[in-house]
Write a protein that binds this ligand. Structure first.
Ligand SMILES: Nc1ncnc2c1ncn2[C@@H]1O[C@H](COP(=O)(O)OP(=O)(O)O)[C@@H](O)[C@H]1O
Ligand SMILES: [Mg+2]
Length: 408
């Protein structure tokens, strides 16, 4: 009795549960007729419970004949095997809508088909439908975001690539400009050297002969005059002295413009002479280690090295307060190493950071323009060293020096 009472109460309760469920529930029998069609199904299919009951489910959803949906129901009824129809494989098979009057937004569905065995003869099947639109939307939104993210990453990587290309281009331009500037500097130095050489020749040929002729004439006149007019004799002697000084000055100027030493005696002897003279004047102890093979270097290389030596020695004399200066010249088959080092006070921080150091810049330019390396190493209190490396074209180490300069 008690059990019966209980069962009587559970019927309406089940119905209420079915109405309240936020799930679609369809129960069909072996001939696929609908035995249960809950409220949710009516709401989303637009087919009322009364219309649906006792009709074959494939009549209500004619589009589903022969589909995986029908096969899954048959499988549950005959083989008692459950099935799940996922969105990705069976895209929303039932014509269910949020609002069936407006058939635009078909619900995204997850469908479970479950066998229900009442007795050995009577088999049923429960079709359970849930609305996964919200999850689907979330997934779609996530996918959209992932795509956006991917796009922006790709855009960023494209931008980085462009930036790198731009940088490479700038690098190339800087290298090209630097090469052009070096070429220009070399050209200007060559032009300057050629002009100095031309001027030196003119000073020697023109001014030299005028001064010499004047001295010969004046000294002839002085001899002729004898002691007869001592005041004039005195004046003539002063003119002669002035002329001698002018001739010497002309020689010094020519020497500065075109290192006659270099063209007459070659690099090694010119360096020995120039450094020796400076050492005498400044009281330096002089260390010379000059490779004799360097005597016959090409003219432009000899001149570049000689000019570097002149500037480095002049700087040592002007600023270093050194007691010792060393020159080292070493010739390898394909390069030259040249060093001028003093043991003086070294460069001050201020001097090192001064941008307008034309002497040092000039040395650097001469070397770099010929494809070499220039380095200035200076430690306060420990002296200054100019270091040069110049590449030699094959065979240039034995090339003869330039034609001898005219005498003056
Ligand atoms: N051997 C050296 N010892 C100490 N200071 C030096 C030496 N050589 C150069 N300097 C410093 O570096 C500066 C720049 O030298 P440089 O470019 O030759 O220009 P400038 O000789 O016309 O001043 C000098 O003014 C000096 O202060
Ligand atoms: Mg200088």
């Amino acid at each position: 009795m008690e059990t019966q009472e209980h069962m009587v109460e559970i019927g309406p309760l089940c119905e209420q549960v079915l109405v309240t469920l936020n799930l679609g529930v369809i129960v069909v029998d072996q001939s696929l007729r609908v035995l249960e069609w809950n409220d949710w199904m009516s709401r989303h299919s637009g087919i009322a419970r009364d219309t649906a009951l006792h009709r074959p489910v494939l009549e209500l959803f004619p589009g589903l004949s022969g589909t995986r949906f029908e096969a899954a129901i048959q499988q549950a009824l005959l083989l008692h095997q459950p099935a799940i129809l996922t969105g990705s494989l069976n895209r929303n098979p039932l014509p269910l809508y949020a609002n069936p009057a407006n058939k635009h937004d078909r619900l995204h569905q997850a469908i479970q088909i479950l066998p229900l065995r009442h007795s050995s003869e009577q088999h049923f099947c429960v079709i359970q439908v849930s609305d996964v639109s919200a999850a689907f939307e979330r997934e779609a939104a996530l996918r959209r975001q992932a795509t956006l993210l991917n796009d922006s990453l790709q855009a960023q990587s494209r931008l980085m690539q462009e930036l790198e290309q731009h940088n490479d281009l700038l690098d190339l331009q800087v290298r090209e400009r630097t090469a052009q500037l070096e070429e220009l500097a070399r050209h200007l130095q060559d032009v300057t050297e050629a002009e100095k050489s031309q001027l030196a020749r003119e000073l020697h040929d023109e001014l030299g002969s005028i001064l010499t002729a004047a001295r010969i004439d004046v000294s002839w006149s002085a001899r002729k005059l004898g002691d007869s007019v001592p005041e004039i004799q005195d004046k003539l002697q002063r003119v002669l002295n002035n002329l001698s000084e002018a001739i010497q000055m002309k020689r010094r100027i020519i020497d500065g413009m075109r290192p006659t030493l270099l063209t007459q005696f070659g690099l090694v002897e010119a360096l020995e002479f120039a450094a020796g003279e400076m050492a005498d004047v400044n009281g330096w102890q002089l260390g010379l280690d000059l490779d004799a093979k360097a005597q016959h270097l090409p003219e432009d290389i000899s001149l570049a090295l000689f000019r570097v030596a002149q500037e480095a020695l002049t700087n040592a004399a002007k600023y270093a307060q050194a007691t010792r200066v060393d020159l080292l010249l070493q010739l390898d088959p394909d390069e030259i190493w040249f060093t001028v080092a003093d043991n003086g006070v070294g460069m001050t921080e201020e001097a090192r950071n001064t941008p307008r150091t034309h002497g040092i810049l000039g040395m650097r330019q001469r070397i770099v323009a010929r494809g070499g390396d220039f380095e200035l190493v200076s430690v306060p209190g420990k002296g200054t060293r100019v270091e040069v490396r110049l590449p030699l074209a094959a065979g240039s180490g034995v090339a003869p020096t330039a034609t001898p300069a005219p005498e003056h």
